[in-house]
Write a protein that binds this ligand. Structure first.
Ligand code: ARG
Length: 457
C-alpha cells in the first residue's frame, strides 16, 4: 500500500509487530458500514462517479457476505482490517476500488470504526445491566421484609432487610448505567473526514457521513479527532467502576454461601464441585467475577499508560488501544450475565439470616433510641446504659430481649415493660422508616419506583 517509496519490503519481525488484523478484524462490520457511508457521500458530492460509487458499495456488501460466511482472513502483510477489506474489494471489483480511500486516511477510518464498536458495546452492556437490575428488583420484592443482619466492619450492626440490601446494588448499577450513557453521549461525534490529521482538500460532506452512521455531529478538530481515544477510556472507566460493583456483590455471595454464614445456596448451574472433596460446592462463577474486576482495571490502566505521553496526532502506539477494550468488554459482559444468573437463581436462606440478626445484639441501638424517646435520656448516656445491657446479655449468653425486666431495671430504673416491643428485629427494621431507610414500607417504595424505571409489570 506504500511500496512506491520503499526499496525493500518489511522484515518478518516488522510484519509481525505491525499486524493488528489478529484483533482488529473484530471491527469488520463497523469498517464496512463506515466505508459505505463514505463512498455514498463521495458519490453524492461528485468526487467519484455514480457508477464507481455503486460498484464500491456493492463490492463492500459482497465482502461483508464473505466475512459473515467464512470469517475475516488474517493476512499479516495487509496489516489491518482496513487494508484486508480494501484489498479484497480490489480483487472483486478491480479499478474502482482504488477510489474508496479518496479524502480518507486509516487514521480517521480507525477512529470512526472503533467509536462505532465502543458505542455498540455500551448498548450491549446497558441491556445486560438492565436485566441485572430487573433480577435485583424482582428478588428484592420477594424479600422486602426478610430480616438479615446489616454490617459495618463486617460486625453485626443493625437489622436490615434483604430487599434493602439487594436494592443497594440496584443503585450502584443505576449509576453505572448513567456513566455508560454519559460516555455514549460524549463520544457520539464522527471523526470521518478528518483524514490523516489536517483534514482534506476534497469537498467532503462530513455532516452526511456523520448522520449516516448515527453520530450526532462531526468532530470539530481534525488533529484531536484522529488522536483522541477518550471514548475508549470513558468506556473502560465506566467498565472498571461497574466491575468493582459486580465484584463486591460477588464477594458477598461468596461469603454468604460459606458454611459459617449459610445465608445463601447458589445455583448449581453457576457452581462447581471438587475433584477430591465430595461435599464441596464452590462459588467459582462469583470468584471469577471478583477476579475479572482486577483484569478490567488492568485494561483501563494499560490504555491510560499507552496514551499518556503521545504527541499529536496519530502514533502507532494507538493501535494498542483495541486489545484492552475488547478484553475488558468480553470480561464485563460475561460478569454481568453471571451475576444476573446468580441473583435470580440463588436460594436465600432467610431463616439463617434472621437467626444471625437476632444473635448479634443488632437491636442495641433500638434500646438506646428507646431510652432517648421514652425516658428523655440524652443519647450519650443511653448509649452507655445500653452498653452495660449488652455486656450483661453477652455474659449470660442470651439475646438482648431475653434479659428480664428486673435485670434491665437494675442497669437503669427508667426502663419499663414497653421496651421489649422495641427490641425485636422486626420492630427495629420497621422503625427505620426515614427516606431511603430499611423499613419494609420504604423498601417497597424504592422497588415500586425502580419497577417504573425498568418497565417491569
Ligand atoms: N492499524 C492501525 C491502527 O489500528 C490503523 C491506522 C494506521 N495508520 C497509520 N498511519 N499507520 O491504529
Amino acid at each position: 500500500m506504500w511500496g512506491g517509496r520503499f526499496a525493500e519490503g518489511p522484515s518478518a519481525i516488522m510484519r509481525e509487530i505491525n499486524a493488528s488484523i489478529p484483533f482488529d478484524k473484530a471491527l469488520w462490520r463497523q469498517d464496512i458500514a463506515a466505508s459505505k457511508a463514505h463512498v455514498a457521500m463521495l458519490g453524492s458530492q461528485g468526487i467519484v462517479s455514480a457508477e464507481d460509487a455503486q460498484a464500491i458499495a456493492d463490492g463492500l456488501d459482497q465482502v461483508a457476505a464473505e466475512y459473515e460466511a467464512n470469517g475475516v482472513p488474517e493476512n499479516w502483510d495487509l496489516e489491518d482490517i482496513h487494508m484486508v477489506t480494501e484489498s479484497r474489494l480490489a480483487e472483486l471489483i478491480g479499478a474502482p476500488a482504488g477510489r474508496l480511500h479518496t479524502g480518507r486516511s486509516r487514521n480517521d477510518q480507525v477512529a470512526t470504526d472503533f467509536r462505532l464498536w465502543v458505542r455498540d458495546a455500551i448498548d450491549q452492556v446497558d441491556a445486560g445491566l438492565a436485566d441485572l437490575q430487573r433480577a435485583l428488583v424482582g428478588r428484592a420484592g420477594e424479600h422486602a421484609a426478610s430480616i438479615m443482619p446489616g454490617f459495618t466492619h463486617l460486625q453485626t450492626a443493625q437489622p436490615v432487610t434483604l430487599g434493602h440490601h439487594l436494592m443497594a446494588y440496584y443503585e450502584m448499577i443505576r449509576r453505572d448505567r448513567s456513566r455508560f450513557a454519559d460516555a455514549r453521549t460524549r463520544m457520539n461525534e464522527s471523526p470521518l473526514g478528518s483524514a490523516a490529521l489536517a483534514g482534506t482538500g476534497f469537498p467532503l460532506d462530513r455532516d452526511a457521513t456523520a448522520a449516516a452512521l448515527g453520530f450526532d455531529r462531526p468532530t470539530a478538530n481534525s488533529l484531536d479527532a484522529v488522536s483522541d481515544r477518550d471514548f475508549a477510556l470513558d468506556y473502560l472507566q465506566a467498565a472498571a467502576q461497574c466491575a468493582l460493583h459486580l465484584s463486591r456483590l460477588a464477594e458477598e455471595l461468596i461469603l454468604w454461601a460459606s458454611q459459617p454464614f449459610g445465608f445463601v445456596r447458589l445455583p448449581d448451574a453457576l457452581s462447581t464441585g471438587s475433584s477430591i472433596m465430595p461435599q464441596k460446592k464452590n462459588p467459582d462463577a462469583a470468584e471469577l467475577v471478583r477476579g475479572h474486576a482486577g483484569r478490567i482495571v488492568g485494561c483501563l490502566t494499560a490504555l491510560m499508560v499507552t496514551m499518556k505521553g503521545l504527541p499529536l496526532a496519530y502514533s502507532k502506539d494507538m493501535q494498542d488501544d483495541k486489545p484492552p477494550v475488547f478484553e475488558a468488554h468480553g470480561l464485563l459482559a460475561l460478569s454481568i450475565a453471571a451475576m444476573t444468573g446468580m441473583v435470580s437463581g440463588s436460594d436465600f436462606r432467610t431463616d439463617r439470616m434472621r437467626q444471625a440478626a437476632e444473635l448479634g445484639y443488632a437491636t442495641a441501638t433500638d434500646l438506646a433510641d428507646w431510652l432517648v424517646r421514652e425516658a428523655d435520656v440524652p443519647f450519650r448516656e443511653a448509649h452507655h446504659i445500653t452498653g452495660a445491657a449488652v455486656k450483661l446479655a453477652e455474659a449470660r449468653g442470651v439475646a438482648l430481649d431475653a434479659l428480664t425486666l428486673a435485670e434491665l431495671q437494675a442497669i437503669d430504673q427508667r426502663i419499663d415493660q414497653r421496651v421489649f416491643a422495641a427490641l425485636s428485629v422486626d420492630a427495629s427494621v420497621a422503625a427505620r422508616a426515614s427516606y431511603g431507610g430499611t423499613a419494609p414500607v420504604r423498601v417497597r417504595e424504592q422497588i415500586a419506583d425502580a419497577k417504573i424505571v425498568l418497565d417491569m409489570e
